[in-house]
Design a protein around this ligand. Structure first.
Ligand code: NI
Ligand code: MN
Length: 225
């Protein structure tokens, strides 16, 4: 599969079969995103939570491509109420889709839609596709159960926030990598706005000093997993 980073928390996964999954597709109003919403499409859209910088352009894309939402129950119901197709899941549950497996985890954060509706609990998500696993932690503070998550679901790539203020900062994120024990850590949710400025190279050097691998993805970069 291919993993593309659009900046902030937004990623695209393209499976070996060509199925396209977007995670937290925030393009419009994202100052660090190198492409516009017109340049992406999606078969599935995974949302970690409903904040504007995560739900982003999801409805614009889903309307155009009839994308199916995958999210926790309350947020999935919200998408369904807006007329979209959605697969309702919840924290701790996994499901085998045609492209691979999706499992939701806890995340310590909030979740409310831009128009003010309750959207259930925020979440992290583990996608296991084409023999590799990707753990997108969503927006979260550090929590010790990341150790348990990593033990029960061996992680190849861990995508985790380092921007501080709303989520983990660098030092907590370094500890999160140690707990979840992924093959490779990829920093996200930084430098989008002044309040979440952080140096991904500082994160990388601290992660590597701790004995783990780190890849700092450029905005728009695609890597083969
Ligand atoms: Ni958030
Ligand atoms: Mn956020």
């Amino acid at each position: 599969m291919e993993l593309t980073y659009f900046s902030h928390s937004a990623f695209q996964i393209k499976t070996n079969d060509g199925i396209i999954i977007l995670i937290d597709p925030f393009f419009t109003g994202n100052p660090t995103c190198p492409i516009s919403v017109e340049e992406v499409k999606a078969d599935y859209i995974v949302l970690t939570h409903a904040h504007g910088d995560h739900i982003g352009d999801a409805f614009t894309i889903a309307k155009k491509y009839k994308s199916k939402f995958i999210c926790v129950n309350e947020l999935a119901n919200y998408c369904a109420d807006k007329g979209f197709e959605a697969h309702n899941m919840h924290i701790g549950g996994g499901y085998n889709f045609d492209f691979g497996r999706v499992k939701f985890t806890i995340a310590h954060h909030g979740s409310k839609t831009p128009d003010g509706e309750y959207a259930g609990e925020p979440a992290g998500v583990i996608l296991t596709i084409d023999g590799k696993s990707v753990y997108h932690t969503g927006d979260t503070g550090l929590f010790y159960d990341m150790k348990l998550i990593g033990e029960m679901n061996p992680i190849d790539y861990m995508l985790l926030p380092i921007g501080d203020n709303f989520t983990m900062g660098i030092d907590d994120a370094v500890k999160a990598v140690e707990l979840a024990n992924p093959e490779t850590a990829i920093p996200i949710h930084y430098n989008t706005f002044p309040v979440i400025e952080a140096d991904p190279m500082e994160f990388k050097s601290k992660v590597e000093a701790n004995g783990f691998n780190c890849k700092v993805m450029k905005y728009g970069e695609t890597i083969e997993l």
